[in-house]
Write a protein that binds this ligand. Sequence first.
Ligand code: SF4
Ligand code: SF4
Length: 113
Amino acid sequence: MTRRTVVTRGIVVIDVDACKGCDLCIDACPPGVLAMTEHRRNARGYRYPVLSLGCTACRACAQICPDFVFQVWKFDQPATTVVELAVDRAPADRAPADRAGADRAAADRDGTP
Ligand code: SF4
Ligand code: SF4
């Protein structure tokens, strides 16, 4: 079991039902902490982004979203979280925050909150 420390500097509030599922925010997020749901849909029938640990409060998602879905809040002090990875070593192309996103996507697939 490998442990990594993830630093989170802010949080985003996502107006899920305002999203039209265009995916623009996913590639725009520098640390890659946004991921689209796979099976869950909003009231309009679109997939929508969910947030994992590691947000830097950079506001890139809010700036690129055409539908003003995001509110970004920066913490006064960064929060650190120790996460346990299920593998001995994270794949080279996957940061710890991405791993958390993968776990969240798995929960989405399973239908767990
Ligand atoms: S504020 Fe920046 S780091 Fe946080 S979710 Fe948006 S794009 Fe990603
Ligand atoms: S950019 Fe905005 S509308 Fe497009 S998927 Fe992201 S939150 Fe939804």
